[in-house]
Design a protein around this ligand. Sequence first.
Ligand code: PA5
Length: 449
Amino acid sequence: MLRFEPYNLLQSELMPTAIPAAKIKDYHYVCLQAHEEIQADRHANILGFYELPEQEISHITSYLESIDPSFDTMVVLGIGGSALGNRALYSALRTERNLPRKLIVYDNVDPVFLHEILGQLNLDTTLFNVITKSGTTAETMAGYMILADLIKKRYPQDYTSRIVITTDKEKGFLRQVIKQEGYHSFVVPDNVGGRFSVLTDVGLVSSAFTGMDIAALLKGAASMRKRCGELEFLANPAYLNGLLHYLYMREGKNISVMMPYSNSLYDLADWYRQLWAESLGKRHDVKGREVMVGQTPVKALGTTDQHSQVQLYTEGPNDKVFTFLSVENFTHDFTIPNLHPDRPEVSYLGGRRLSELLNAERLATEIALTKARRPNANIVFPALDEFQLGEFIMLFEIQTVFTGKLLHINPLDQPGVEAGKIATYALMGKAGFERELAEIKAYQEQRKL
Ligand code: PA5
């Protein structure tokens, strides 16, 4: 079971400048209100991620049983919420679980990136999974057209069995393509937004393909949902962490650093970055007032970034809240040999495990931050497995929505991202965006030196 250790976010002798527990009690009514709003949203069926642990997954299993067993690699084409969760789960478990099949996530239109991916692929044994909820995102559509064209030309007889599409159940261009071409398809539920969709077919199909136990992921999510239904807020990790981050934001700590002490969890911090940034970074509150709120999420890697960022973190502006991720038991570990027993410079390391050094350094960084009065918490994975990843995902999804409620913003929309999508359509000549193109041309004229 995942452990949430918020000690240094709360006031103590060690952290006299942190938020006092009494203040949490003062916010009981505010938190209760946010909780009730969440329950009302669940009732109105707009927070579908809450209900995902109960979903039926046999359609995924039977599809995977039906595909050519020689497929050993899946390429996911998607971006944002249609990509980051897939990569996070795979990176977390690839080595720990020794996953038998490979996942590659193509989530940028950088041509060199695509060239590199194609260079590593054996197309004969690769299955492509195009994921887009809207079915129209330019980046994903461009990748789809390049790769579907390639596959159709190479395998004219059976190209449809090499491409699978995950999109809305009715709407969008890709749903029409599915009908015309006969591709196998999966559905992104209406009531689950992109960045909250990792526990839908969006993330489950690729995870099951690689060999993960997706039922255990959902069990973990269910277990965390139960913990996060607790109305004694000090015992509810999502509400407590959400409230603490909200209170720190009000003190001007507008940066949230997530620092895994595990390479495998680095991409999970990337998933969190999108969730926290896109959900909470909002110009207007729910009443339309300009508020311009949000907390900039930053990812850092322990121990690597101790030699790059930690100087800034301990002595620079005190404007950050830190969350460490740590793993207690690693499947693969090394004992450092006592190669130079007579040399005190290194002999203290001899006989110790690498994981001991890693976790000692995490604690050392925590102590350094605490001494410098920088609020920090630790989330402990006793071991890296599907259950605990499911817990983590549910924890942060609930925390994000709860914090959105405290901020009185809508954590489910992304008007700022839509604006960029529209400008891209205009620039690339999509019909219906002529007015936006004229505006962009005028802008380009004005910025000339
Ligand atoms: O969270 C979101 O809604 C976004 O990040 C989307 O996931 C992203 O823009 C991709 O959209 P789509 O899945 O429609 O291609």
